[in-house]
Design a protein around this ligand. Structure first.
Ligand code: SAM
Length: 326
């Protein structure tokens, strides 16, 4: 069992399969971004399998695949199927563009819940945010996933003046569809022009939602990052991931592996453990993993605490989100 110095059990691993993405979301990656990791630097399918096996032995019960965009990787199917043999809840976060090509793979792998990112319900705005004209493809794939029986969680990063006026539209979606909308507070990463003024906070979201809807809070599951609400008589639910205004670090159970095989104990940690190099040198990776977990700061990688309005993004040392894996 992996425990940090605050006695938090770590049993959830997020694995980034690639730093490549087919979208160019403004808050994540530059339009002209071209410095992708060379293939030999990436964890290969067998290496991902081998590393995952060790994490499972150390008590991991949930694995999420992410990226970049996990489904652009040529051997994504192979990796998904390889990982499906472990006794873990396997899931993934995707922009949904290629989801239709993976329905059978997801089913074969026992994946029943998929997070799809969709920041707007307006196709022009989608093009503006992602710089790619694929709103209809993603929307159709979300419908398809639901028809095929998957539980769809829709990730919506809210930014002031960009999509905050769509909060009620997203909640309206949950009336007829059994979808789970997750409003995510905008977080600071290198080069994403974050400022506290752009963050739509948990309180603001609830105030806005309360203007048109009555809803009840649903009890959190252990280690939940989301505070979840059920609008009365709606099929679906919505939640808020309040990383900035109401952090949930106290019961964090998450660890991350970047596509180049570096372990991060927090999305905001600047320390990394080089798991892939150790594996390639035939070293025992268990002590590295244990040490990485033990060195975890209480919150936000030790880079900022307290009031998010006082965060100075220029002082945060971290990779770009695209290179971490959200
Ligand atoms: N390509 C996949 C996707 O679009 O879902 C997976 C990778 S993406 C980095 C994972 C999640 O991180 C997405 O839901 C994305 O919206 C979110 N994300 C990226 N940058 C963010 C930021 N600055 N603040 C909050 N969430 C962010």
């Amino acid at each position: 069992m992996l425990k940090d110095s605050f006695n938090r059990v770590h049993d959830y691993l997020r694995i980034s399969l690639t730093d490549v993405c087919n979208l160019r979301c403004q808050y994540c990656i530059y339009e002209e971004h071209t410095s992708f990791m060379p293939p030999h630097q990436l964890m290969q399918a067998d290496e991902i399998d081998e590393i995952a096996k060790v994490f499972v032995k150390l008590g991991v019960k949930k694995i999420r695949l992410t990226g970049g965009e996990p489904l652009v990787r040529k051997d994504a199917e192979d990796i998904i199927l390889k990982l499906s043999k472990y006794p873990v809840k396997l899931t993934l976060t995707t922009n949904g563009v290629f989801a239709d090509k993976f329905i059978d793979t997801f089913k074969r792998a026992g994946i029943n819940s998929v997070n799809v990112s969709l920041d707007t319900l307006n196709s022009d705005k989608y093009l503006h945010i992602t710089r790619r004209n694929v709103f209809a493809v993603v929307w159709n794939n979300i419908q398809l996933l639901m028809q095929e029986g998957f539980h769809v969680k829709m990730n919506v990063v809210l930014m002031r003046g960009v999509n905050d006026m769509e909060i009620l539209d997203f909640i309206e979606l949950t009336k007829e569809h059994p979808v789970h909308v997750r409003f995510i507070e905008f977080m600071p990463f290198e080069g994403n022009e974050w400022s506290e003024g752009k963050v739509i906070s948990y309180n603001e979201i609830l105030e806005n939602a309360g203007e048109d809807y009555s809803f009840i809070r649903i009890a959190d599951e252990k280690n939940d990052t989301a505070k979840t609400f059920k609008p009365l008589n709606h099929e679906g639910t919505f939640s808020v991931i309040s990383t900035m205004s109401a952090p949930f670090c106290g019961n964090c159970n998450r660890m991350r592996l970047t596509a180049d095989g570096k372990m991060k104990n927090c999305l905001f940690s600047n320390g990394e453990a080089d798991i892939l190099s150790a594996l390639r040198n035939a070293e025992n990776i268990i002590p590295l993993i244990e040490e990485c977990v033990k060195s975890k700061a209480h919150s936000h990688g030790g880079q900022f605490n307290g009031e998010y309005k006082a965060v100075d993004p220029s002082r945060i040392v971290n990779r770009k989100m695209i290179n971490i894996g959200g």
